[in-house]
Design a protein around this ligand. Sequence first.
Ligand code: THU
Length: 136
Amino acid sequence: MEIAYEELIRAAYEAKKFSYAPYSKFHVGAALLCADGTVYTGCNVENAAYTPTNCAERTAVFKAVSEGRREFRAIAIVGDQERYLAPCGVCRQTLAEFCREGQFEVVLAKSPVEYQVKTMQEIFPFSFSPDDLVHE
Ligand code: THU
């Protein structure tokens, strides 16, 4: 799968500029590449009550799904630090809902040209998935 990761990472950095993180001061950006080539970006949105906080990754996924996209190819995730930022467990579960193994890549970047690519199997093995919900 040939994907222009650098472009996706740059979109994630642009989204990070909108991060609303007055409590943690931990700013995160994400850019989600859909199967049709469209890109949805997201930032983290915090709340004074803390628990309503939404991560950048889920913001991007919810924006995409709410506009009719359900097939995704990759997500780029960036933070402020000079280190790789891995998605939290809740975001991994959210991604697993839509991202089929082998067709989705998680791009962890610490600059537009320094990144590592992970599969869902690597970052979220033995997970609960839609296939586990068996209805008669
Ligand atoms: N956060 C994200 O947006 N994505 C991650 O992958 C890790 C954590 C946010 C949530 C919260 O606003 C802040 O970073 C500190 O946890």
